[in-house]
Design a protein around this ligand. Structure first.
Ligand SMILES: *Cc1c(COP(=O)(O)O)cnc(C)c1O
Length: 341
């Protein structure tokens, strides 16, 4: 039994998703004529109470398009130093948009309004780059799946509005946060100018992300998507998987969170584990007592066909998802207890 906890991106399409994909009605989406893509975009926009949405090939693409629409060359983006948009998108902020970044530190990948407010550059002073965008990540991947406090998001949003700054959300795992907190997606989305949502992580679609925002923002994003080479034709085939995932696989994320908590409590019993970052959603991050043994642990598990990932010095990451059953979690916990470290 192969157990793959490296990432929630490894899910394979289920028979139901394959059915939805193979029977999808398609058209040329660059002409706006793909009925399945149009349905997905309308469904996503309606779900978040926003005006419009755009289906894209990846979460990197949705983030990079959003940044490109929000900023001008030479402008500055405020984000966490470990945010995906900065750390894992190949330098795209600089390369695609010619913008600089103001990187902030913050508790488990999250920022506070106090920090952000200190780093807005004075507009009247020509020395400084113009601060043009604030970007948050919820849940925060490097923060071990940490969820933002919604009250803090509201404070950040109010501050951004008062200062004429757009607020973007990298919501790759937003549904994990919303399922856990029970906050209404429409209420949550009202605090942001744009949201990127991954369909290909825990939701289980094989490909795709959606970018959500105002009509005007999405019209401009559609142009940037074309420029970035992301205008796809009969892509309703893949959008059908995303639509199915968004309609059917949201509530079950709770199961992934329960599984992650089960892994957390097992790890806490083990003497080779120094600390487990408190689990809030589907990501488990553990610090190993002897940090040099990290790779040995990963290899030993691999021998048992259990796959996990290194996550920085002396750290291990395990991510639960649609393709990880309760039986697999039991087998993993058993293997972890028996591991000789
Ligand atoms: C996965 C992920 C993305 C998007 O990644 P793609 O592989 O490009 O779809 C963006 N932000 C975060 C936090 C992620 O975890």
């Amino acid at each position: 039994m192969r157990i793959d906890l490296r990432s929630d991106t490894v899910t394979r399409p289920t028979a139901e998703i394959m059915d939805a994909m193979s029977s999808a009605k398609v058209g040329d989406d660059v002409f706006g004529e793909d009925p399945t893509i149009n349905e997905l975009q309308e469904f996503a926009a309606e779900m978040f109470g926003m005006e419009a949405a755009l289906f894209c090939s990846s979460g990197t693409q949705t983030n990079q398009i959003a940044i490109n629409v929000h900023v001008t060359p030479g402008g500055e983006v405020i984000c966490h130093e470990e945010s995906h948009i900065y750390k894992y998108e190949g330098g795209g902020i600089a390369k695609n948009s010619g913008a600089s970044v103001r990187l902030l530190q913050g508790d488990r990948g999250r920022l506070s309004v106090d920090q952000i407010s200190k780093w807005i550059n004075p507009r009247e002073d020509v020395h400084f780059p113009l601060t043009q965008l604030v970007s948050l990540e919820d849940t925060a991947n490097r923060g071990g799946g940490a969820i933002y406090d919604f009250e803090e998001i509201k404070r950040i949003s109010t501050f951004c509005k008062e200062n004429g700054l757009p607020l973007h959300l990298d919501g790759a795992r937003l549904m994990n946060a919303l399922v856990e907190t029970g906050i209404d997606p429409k209420k949550y989305a009202a605090e942001f100018d744009s949201i990127s949502l991954c369909l290909s992580k825990g939701l289980g679609a094989p490909v795709g992300s959606v970018l959500i925002g105002t009509k005007d923002f999405i019209t401009r994003s559609r142009r940037v998507r074309k420029v970035f080479g992301g205008g796809m034709r009969q892509a309703g085939i893949i959008a059908a998987g995303g639509l199915f995932a968004l309609k059917n696989n949201v509530d079950r994320l709770k199961v992934d969170h329960d599984h992650a908590k089960q892994i957390e409590s097992t790890l806490k019993e083990l003497n080779w584990v120094k600390e487990v970052v408190p689990v809030q959603t589907n990501i488990v991050v553990a610090h190993v007592v002897e940090s040099g043994k990290r790779d040995q642990i990963i290899s030993a598990l691999k021998e048992m066909d259990i796959h996990i990932m290194a996550f920085g010095e002396g750290m291990l990451r395990m991510v639960t998802h649609l393709d990880v059953s309760s039986e697999m979690i039991d087998a993993l916990c058993d293997a972890l207890r028996k591991l000789k470290v």
